[in-house]
Design a protein around this ligand. Structure first.
Ligand code: IPM
Ligand code: MN
Length: 361
């Protein structure tokens, strides 16, 4: 009997709903072609709902998500809502409540996609960043006092415990092992820990020792490397071909993955997964809600389609996931650019073309 996946869909704000519909179009095509079912449940969380009702994300929604197989998120962000409210109230709340402790961000340059890096092509840019996704500065510990005076003090603490570090590293080492087995080009490269242990001598030391102990103890066959985060930024630009699996803490991961998104062709193509390996994960295009492009059929839905591809892979539908990737590659070959308004085709046309190819692949 074929499986039916229960999927929570949060289209969100701005261009979120447009790119999500194209992702769903491709998901439906894959479901028909590969013989699985989908049971979609839509939720209207986002800035517009918050402005109307004052509610970001009720606890009952989290209970609902826990009963799903996966979550597909468009974009959250509204120009009239003060920064911090929707981020903490929706996105971070989902990550924390569902313990999505891995943020998986592939940085893969596809053929015919333009990178700002001179003389670099798809053979140079093909790695993944694993960003720890629930700890560090995002824990929210800290506070402020004497606010508004000349003596104001503010703290926001980088907090890590060994268990949080170890479970993230475990995921990274296991992924590295799978990638090495799948492709000899990956096997030639190390797994790289990125931190700032020359200054963050407590947190950095915890990560470094945990990395060394797990690596030498459980994965002696995997070559390990370490980069300070500032240097990693430099190498992402100068020698991206050095990387295969890079693992890092939360805030550093947030920062370097925006750089990663740019070198793989921009926010039109970059997708990511907030993953709980034993629970419910959430997949999203990395771009924001881009309100100025909303409703114009000009935004690139490829990142959202890439999120669907990642979701199906995590659900075990690897055939469907590979078919989507092949279809994306074929359609990107025909696009003039991956940037909004410059694609040479409209948002819906991109989705139609990918869906048609998935149906016939
Ligand atoms: C991301 C975003 C979020 C983060 C924001 C919106 C809270 O930048 O997913 O990278 O910082 O994690
Ligand atoms: Mn970010």
């Amino acid at each position: 009997m074929s499986k039916t996946y229960k999927i929570a869909v949060i289209p969100g704000d701005g261009t979120g709903p447009e790119v999500v519909s194209e992702g769903i179009k491709v998901l439906d095509a894959a479901a028909r072609r590969f013989g699985f079912g989908t049971d979609l449940h839509y939720f209207d969380f986002g800035g517009s709902r918050y402005l109307k009702t004052g509610e970001t994300l009720p606890d009952s929604a989290i209970d609902g998500f826990k009963k799903c197989d996966s979550i597909f998120l468009g974009a959250i962000g509204h120009p009239e809502v003060k920064p911090g409210i929707l981020e903490a109230g929706i996105l971070l709340k989902i990550r924390f409540s569902l313990d999505q402790y891995i943020n998986l961000r592939p940085v893969k340059l596809y053929p015919n996609v333009e990178t700002p890096l001179k003389d670099k092509g798809p053979e140079h840019i093909d790695f993944v960043v694993i960003r720890e996704n629930t700890g560090g500065i995002y824990t929210g510990l800290g506070g402020a006092t004497r606010v508004g005076t000349q003596d104001e003090i503010a703290t926001q603490l980088m907090v890590y415990d060994r268990r949080t570090v170890d479970r993230c590293l475990k995921y990274a080492f296991e992924l590295k092992k799978r990638r090495n087995a799948a492709n000899h080009r990956y096997a030639e490269k190390p797994i790289t820990l990125i931190h700032k242990r020359n200054v963050l001598t407590h947190c950095g030391d915890l990560w470094f020792r945990a990395f060394e102990e797990m690596g030498s103890g459980e994965y002696p066959e995997l070559r390990r490397d370490y980069n300070h985060v500032d240097a990693a930024n430099m190498w992402f630009v100068k020698n991206p071909e050095w990387f295969d699996v890079a693992v890092t803490e939360n805030l550093f991961g947030d920062i370097i993955t925006d750089l990663g998104a740019m070198i793989q062709g921009g926010l039109g193509v970059a997708a990511g997964g907030n993953i709980n390996p034993d629970g419910v994960s959430m997949f999203e295009p990395m771009g924001g809600s881009a309100p100025k492009y909303a409703g114009q059929n000009v935004i690139n839905p490829m990142a959202a389609i890439g999120a669907v591809m990642m979701m199906l892979d995590s659900l075990g539908e690897s055939g469907a996931s590979q078919a989507i990737e092949a279809a994306m590659i074929a359609v990107m070959q025909k696009m003039m650019s991956q940037n909004a308004g410059k694609m040479g085709m409209g948002t819906a046309e991109v989705g139609d073309k990918v869906a048609t190819l998935v149906a016939t692949i």
